[in-house]
Design a protein around this ligand. Structure first.
Ligand code: SAH
Length: 256
């Protein structure tokens, strides 16, 4: 129902990594006052239940094999709905500003003078390793962590991966599963064949899968376990803290 009396506003809301209970309280409150929810592929549809029954819910993500909505279309939809219906909640996977194109939406809304507020979400880049009890930093082991995209706008592996492979940082790669071979090659070239490595498929969701190994073995393990997107890659000594890594080391010691 078009309601001219409502104030137009947009909330960029981070939905967290998948488990609907990982949304913030502030996020729940924002959804409760939504007139429209525009939601992405990596957000859990259970979150829509926080929105009023008569709120308009629009899916703007990508179904497997199909194209995603062009960013331009999403921007325009967001403005249209805000002008005509009032409060638009733009629900995005993880945190809106970690490879989420959140700033583009914020900027676009600002060009129409529509107020935007931001509610951060738990980014998969930190939350998913954490749920596996892999800390991204650990005293005496990892002094920093990098979060890198595996695939840049031009479809190439990010140059930053070459730099990260030279460092002692924990390296978390998003959107990198298809580029795993190339990334593994970069780490090998940096002399890191034994670096503990984990791949997590759909962390915090029902079909979550974890594969733990080292740079030299991870590709085979990922193929064996048939790991699928969305998945993230974790490179670094901190992966050795995971219990299954300790089991691997024991098995290796037993056969060698
Ligand atoms: N803004 C999001 C990231 C968007 S990029 C965030 O902060 O989490 C999308 C990529 O994030 C996916 O290709 C995958 O690499 C990663 N990702 C998102 N959710 C994930 C999950 N539950 N488990 C594993 N990887 C995930």
């Amino acid at each position: 129902m078009i309601n001219q009396n409502k104030e137009s506003k947009i909330t960029l809301l981070g939905a967290g990594p998948g488990d609907p209970d990982l949304l913030t309280l502030k996020g729940v409150k924002a959804l409760q006052t939504a007139d429209v929810v525009l939601y992405d592929a990596l957000t859990n549809e259970a979150l829509l239940e926080h929105a009023p029954a008569d709120a308009i819910k629009v899916y703007v993500g990508k179904r497997s094999g199909e194209h995603s909505y062009p960013q331009d279309t999403i921007n325009k939809l967001m403005i249209d709905y805000a002008l005509n219906y009032g409060h638009v909640v733009r629900l995005k996977g993880g945190d809106p500003f970690v490879f989420g194109r959140g700033y583009e939406e914020l900027d676009y809304a600002a060009s129409y003078s529509i107020p935007v507020s931001v509610i951060p979400g738990i980014s998969s880049s930190i939350g998913v390793p954490g749920l596996q009890q892999i800390p991204v930093t650990h005293r005496g082991m990892s002094e920093s962590f990098w979060v890198i995209t595996g695939t840049t706008t031009s479809g190439e592996v990010s140059n930053d991966i070459y730099h990260a492979a030279q460092s002692n940082a924990t390296v978390v790669v998003l959107m990198g599963l298809k580029k795993l071979s190339k990334i593994v090659e970069i780490f090998k070239a940096a002399g890191k064949g034994n670096l503990p490595t984990a791949v997590v498929q759909n962390g915090s969701a029902e079909d979550e899968k974890l594969v733990v190994g080292i740079i030299d073995t991870i590709e085979n393990l990922v193929a064996q376990e048939n790991v699928k997107a969305p998945a993230l890659l974790i490179f670094g000594e901190v992966v050795s803290l995971h219990p299954s890594f300790k089991t691997l080391v024991k098995q290796y010691a037993a056969i060698s």
